[in-house]
Design a protein around this ligand. Structure first.
Ligand SMILES: NC(=O)c1ccc[n+]([C@@H]2O[C@H](COP(=O)([O-])OP(=O)(O)OC[C@H]3O[C@@H](n4cnc5c(N)ncnc54)[C@H](OP(=O)(O)O)[C@@H]3O)[C@@H](O)[C@H]2O)c1
Length: 287
């Protein structure tokens, strides 16, 4: 397929490299600044420009890989100059937005095409994307092409109702971004306990891997262990007392996650009524 990328950032560059490796033709990569366009074009050995209209009319697929806030405007600017040919597929890669933000591309077929992976930079995206899911929704006639591209990228498709995109993206942010924050918090607490940051992360890594493997095998409910799953309220009280002394800033997060963990433990069926009440009282979640 003849593919154009608009937005030569982390996702746009990685996607272009992988689509080229899969045998597609990158007929052009455009970006807002000369610098980003040149860098990506040189890396790809593909034509580059700051004006997407130099390429978009010749494309089978145009990927708009700008930041979320620019997608609708960039699409409208190209559409206003008849930049999309009839039947061209116009896709964006935002997780939170649906294909409806591409409504200005009249006559084109619009989809959202969200790689469910993290792209801290183009290189890590190129390494991490194969094997990941790519979430799609939009015009039915374009979805079969999207599925083919996903297969060409050695990825797997996940289809989602259009109206589900914001919540789907919230879920992805919890799993990816909040997980990162959670580990950062755990390392702060480790440091307060006297373990420095350099030692804390490698020490936690096998525990995280073990937990992850159990979750994959048994699901989140059955994977839950620890004082809340056992109903050991005194241990939770000790945590809170020590945090109050040494690192009180993490207590609100500890309490909130503790309350949510009580719900998981309840679903697992390991808590009696009394333990449940004591835990909720200690964690501030008593109703
Ligand atoms: N990063 C992730 O982990 C990730 C994962 C999945 C999906 N996504 C989605 O993928 C999209 C791109 O994210 P990203 O992380 O790749 O962002 P990014 O690294 O900031 O790249 C966006 C690029 O868009 C360009 N741009 C900005 N405004 C533009 C305009 N008006 N016209 C043309 N190009 C413009 C910027 O170019 P200049 O450098 O030239 O200014 C920048 O290089 C977003 O919708 C994001 O939600 C991101």
């Amino acid at each position: 397929m003849r593919i154009v990328i608009v937005g030569a950032g982390n996702v746009g560059t990685a996607l272009a490299v992988l689509l080229k490796q899969a045998g597609h033709t990158i007929i052009g990569i455009a970006s807002r600044t000369e610098e980003s366009a040149t860098k990506a074009g040189t890396l790809l050995g593909a034509p580059y420009a700051t004006d997407p209209l130099q390429f978009t009319r010749q494309a089978d697929i145009v990927f708009l890989t700008t930041p979320d806030r620019a997608i609708a405007d960039v699409c409208a600017q190209i559409a206003a100059k008849d930049g999309f040919s009839q039947g061209t597929i116009v896709a964006h890669t935002s997780g939170a937005h649906s294909s409806q933000i591409l409504n200005s591309a009249i006559g084109a077929r619009t989809i959202s095409f969200h790689p469910l992976q993290t792209f801290a930079n183009p290189d890590s995206g190129i390494i991490n994307l194969p094997g990941s899911f790519i979430t799609i929704e939009g015009q039915t006639t374009a979805l079969s092409t999207a599925r083919q591209l996903i297969s060409d990228l050695s990825c797997r498709p996940l289809e989602i109702p259009t109206e589900g995109k914001p919540l789907y993206h919230a879920a992805a942010c919890i799993a990816c971004n909040y997980f990162t924050t959670l580990l950062d918090t755990a390392l702060q607490v480790m440091e307060a306990a006297g373990v420095n940051k350099e030692d804390g992360l490698p020490a936690l890594a096998p525990l995280i891997e073990g937990t992850w493997n159990t979750i994959l095998r048994a699901g989140t409910t059955q994977a839950l262990t620890g004082p809340i799953a056992r109903g050991d309220t005194t241990t939770v009280e000790t945590h809170l007392q020590e945090m109050n002394e040494k690192i009180p800033s993490v207590i609100p997060l500890y309490r909130l996650l503790g309350q949510a963990t009580v719900d998981v433990a309840t679903a697992k069926g390991t808590l009696g009524e009394t333990e449940l009440r004591q835990l909720l009282k200690t964690l501030g979640g008593a109703k």
